[in-house]
Ligand binder design. Structure first.
Ligand code: ADP
Length: 265
């Protein structure tokens, strides 16, 4: 719990810093893009085809920078979660084509989806981006090919702190397992830190795992990483099962109707 608090405070500080910079940066970019647009309009005479191409290239770069600042702003703001009943198997199925394309033909993909999976209580959009991020990390860990498994499962934790600091109860897990380079103990210890990356500049932001950690914790879950250098990595998201009156193991108590009650939001 101490560690989780330290991490949360760090995320808070990084979020504020990032948000401030991204906001100012975005204003400057708006000026640059607007200026380029005007220049392009004055250049419509067609006398300077070459110049037009340079301006287009500058606009493209500025738009890319703007997209990055929007991502950073979204990270800093960490919008309130939209917790709903989510079917993880359906989510994996709906993303399968995108994930296979992201991985490329040199990586074998397989899914082991638990039949009769319980619905999870989670934010669907955040979960989609988490899964994509995990798959991109797995791809980057297997530059020479390999295999990737996506698995879902129903899990009952019978006692407090069996996994992380999670309370006992029902959980749904989503795991991504790769046969890639794995992480050393040192990398593993820093993997959740915002901006920690071992990737070259332009390829990694170091925000993937820290964003996933932040959102899963906020949703009342836990992220577990098992990794062995040279063998591979397994990242498992534990998400609270979505409770309804009828499937509450403790029987129908009147408060069980309030799905958010136990999540300390
Ligand atoms: P990024 O991917 O931008 O570097 P992340 O926060 O997602 O940021 O990951 C942080 C670091 O953790 C990566 O740079 C890499 O060293 C390590 N890592 C994450 N996922 C894996 C994986 N599946 N296999 C090996 N290393 C990984």
């Amino acid at each position: 719990a101490q560690e989780a608090l330290r991490q949360a405070q760090k995320m808070e500080a990084v979020g504020q810093l990032t948000g401030g910079i991204a906001h100012d940066f975005n204003n400057m970019l708006t000026g640059i893009i607007g200026g380029l647009d005007l220049i392009q309009r004055y250049n419509q005479t067609g006398r300077h085809a070459e110049t037009g191409r340079f301006i287009d290239a500058a606009v493209t770069s500025a738009n890319r920078a703007a997209a990055l600042t929007h991502r950073l702003l979204a990270f800093a703001r960490r919008q309130p979660l939209n917790l709903k009943r989510v079917d993880l198997n359906a989510l994996v199925d709906s993303m399968r084509d995108l994930l296979v394309r992201t991985l490329g033909s040199h990586i074998l993909v397989d899914a082991q989806l638990q039949p009769d999976l319980w619905p999870a209580s989670s934010d669907e959009n955040q979960l989609e981006s988490a899964l994509l991020n995990l798959v991109i990390n797995a791809r980057d860990a297997m530059p020479n090919g390999g295999s990737l498994y996506i698995a879902t499962a129903n899990v009952v934790l019978s006692r407090q702190a069996e996994i992380g600091d999670l309370p006992a109860g029902r959980y749904v897990t989503l795991s991504v397992l790769d046969s890639g380079c794995g992480m050393t103990a040192k990398v593993l210890a820093s993997a959740f830190e915002p901006f920690f990356t071992t990737k070259p500049i332009g390829q990694g932001t170091g925000l993937g795992l820290s964003m996933i950690y932040g959102f899963v914790r906020q949703a009342g879950g836990h992220v577990q990483i098992r990794s062995e250098p040279g063998k591979g990595t397994e990242v498992t998201l534990y998400l609270p099962a979505h409770h309804r009156l009828s499937d509450s193991p403790a029987g129908a108590s009147p408060v069980a109707d309030a799905p958010r009650a136990a999540q300390g939001e």
